[in-house]
Design a protein around this ligand. Structure first.
Ligand code: FAD
Length: 464
């Protein structure tokens, strides 16, 4: 869309010329996030530096009927930060200060553009702990995490982002600035707007400040790597840990055999047990060294009893980091083999994860496509990637068209969902009706309509 000179000059007055981009070369980065095969150029990019600027910019956009796409660090994989409706991208990347670590109230207050890993390290240096850790932790922003209610490896024991957000400051469609929640732990005055804002994918407002809950940092943690002959054995062993040992691991991550080789290729380093049908990474943590020792030993023994080929212990920080580096490099490893992929994140009740994996493989075989799975097996949440490999364009287009709905229907038939943590964004909006009934979608639409009657806050997202 054509942006008027009057509109652009009003924005420039608020943020200054250096923070308003209209040059296509500078805007290229803002035309995409990490969603494969999706890009759309904005008409301008506005880099805000404080909440007042965000409120003013939103107000100007509403006066001029210009769509706004909020953006954190652009690591989303559902196209949420891609400006598919044109208009402006409003980036909060320069709002990147940790404002306070409040030890008495056990909260941290941060601007939305703070990189999540930096927030974690800052609170850990004070002996405190912010557990949510998406695999993108060193590149995603806390604001983006709140907007998508991001999950991650430690969600199994600690929960996803929504469990840790205690308060937000946000600019609503139209430009009103609100604060909801904060340092008080209990507050049931009226409707829980925090619950609506968290996970709203930038469609109901823009977070300008976030207050997260903190825990004491566990003093000890040990990671284990176990190999299994088959994914089914791996899943069975993983899901029996809690009921059969009484131990609650912090993380339970699954990597299927085909991916093990891809990781080795990308990291140029052989992984242990390279011929295994699946790897399981288990992390145990706690405050007492002897108790953590007991726990990892008991979990290791249990996995061997459940048929593990071997169980390796990463006791030093170096080995632990190597192990998690290999886990965090999976997406890159898959794309190294096949630059074109479709990345889904299906979630089912954990007890049905083996059926999910079997079903996914059958769908792959039916259409002659390689589909691989990895991820948060403890949560029943697996990242399922369809790889293009050598497919010609028409075959690839057809494969996507038929395979994706089948994957979604499979997850739903197992009592699960079409997205466990990445969100609906742009790419899954047509599939929302598979997952939610008409009255539910209508209720969601009426919230959107009453908050954003002009439909300018991240339009074309979430709703079909
Ligand atoms: C390698 C890799 C691994 C990943 N692993 C995980 C994982 O383990 N778990 C997981 O949940 N996700 C994972 N993701 C997805 C992604 O990192 C998360 O969705 C993350 O929360 C996005 O944060 P971001 O700052 O990059 O947000 P963006 O991509 O910039 O935006 C995501 C959405 O949030 C909205 N948004 C961003 N900032 C704000 C704000 N301040 N106010 C309002 N709306 C806003 C945007 O409009 C968009 O809809 C992974 C991605 C990659 C590339």
């Amino acid at each position: 869309m054509e942006l008027s000179a009057k509109f652009l000059s009003a924005l420039e007055k608020v943020v200054g010329p250096d923070n308003l981009l209209t040059d296509p070369e500078q805007m290229e980065k803002y035309s995409r996030d990490e969603t494969p095969e999706l890009s759309a150029f904005p008409d301008a990019v506005v880099l805000c530096q404080n909440a007042e600027q965000v409120a003013k910019v939103v107000e100007i956009c509403y006066e001029h009927d210009v769509p706004i796409t909020p953006r954190g660090a652009g690591t989303g994989v559902a196209g949420g930060a891609v400006p598919v409706a044109g208009g402006i991208v409003l980036s909060v990347e320069r709002m990147n200060k940790i404002l306070e670590i409040d030890r008495k109230n056990l909260v941290a207050v941060a601007q939305p553009g703070v990189i999540t890993g930096e927030l974690q390290r800052a609170v850990e240096s004070e002996g405190l702990y912010y557990p949510p850790d998406p695999a993108s932790v060193d590149s995603c922003s806390i604001g983006g995490n709140v907007a998508t209610s991001a999950g991650g490896m430690r969600a199994f024991k600690y929960g996803t982002t929504k469990k840790f957000v205690q308060g937000v400051e946000a600019v609503l469609p139209g430009g009103a600035k609100i604060r909801f929640g904060g340092r008080m732990i209990k507050d049931v005055a009226g409707y829980d707007l925090l619950g609506i804002l968290v996970g709203s994918e930038g469609t109901l407002g823009i977070f300008t400040e976030i207050t997260v809950k903190l825990l004491p940092k566990p003093a000890y943690s040990v990671d284990l790597l176990a190999g299994f002959e088959t994914p089914a054995r791996c899943a069975d062993a993983a899901l029996s840990i809690v009921p059969e040992t009484g131990i609650m691991p912090a993380a339970l991550e699954f990597v299927e055999g085909e991916i093990i080789e891809m990781i080795s290729e990308t990291l140029e380093r052989p992984l242990p047990m390279p011929d295994a049908g699946a790897h399981l990474i288990v992390s145990v943590d706690g405050f007492d060294e002897a108790e953590v020792e007991r726990q990892y030993f008991a979990v290791g023994e249990h996995l061997l009893q459940k048929g593990a080929i071997d169980v390796l212990v990463a006791r030093t920080r170096f080995h632990s980091e190597l192990l998690w580096k290999s886990r965090r490099s999976i997406r890159e490893a898959i794309r190294h083999r096949s630059p074109d992929i479709v990345a889904e994140d299906l979630a089912v009740p954990p007890s049905r994860v083996v059926e999910l994996l079997d079903g996914v493989k059958k769908i792959g075989e039916k259409y002659g496509a390689q589909i691989v799975g990895f991820g948060h097996i403890g949560d029943g949440n697996l990242h399922i990637d369809l790889m293009r490999n050598q497919m010609e364009q028409p075959q690839w287009e057809r494969a996507k068209k038929v395979i994706i709905p089948e994957l979604f229907k499979l997850a739903i038939s197992l009592g699960g969902t079409i997205t466990g943590e990445h969100g609906i964004g742009y790419i899954k909006r047509e599939y929302l009706p598979l997952m939610r009934t008409p009255p539910i979608i209508e209720a969601m639409r009426s919230i959107k309509k009453s908050w954003d009657p002009k439909n300018l806050m991240n339009p074309k997202k979430v709703f079909p």
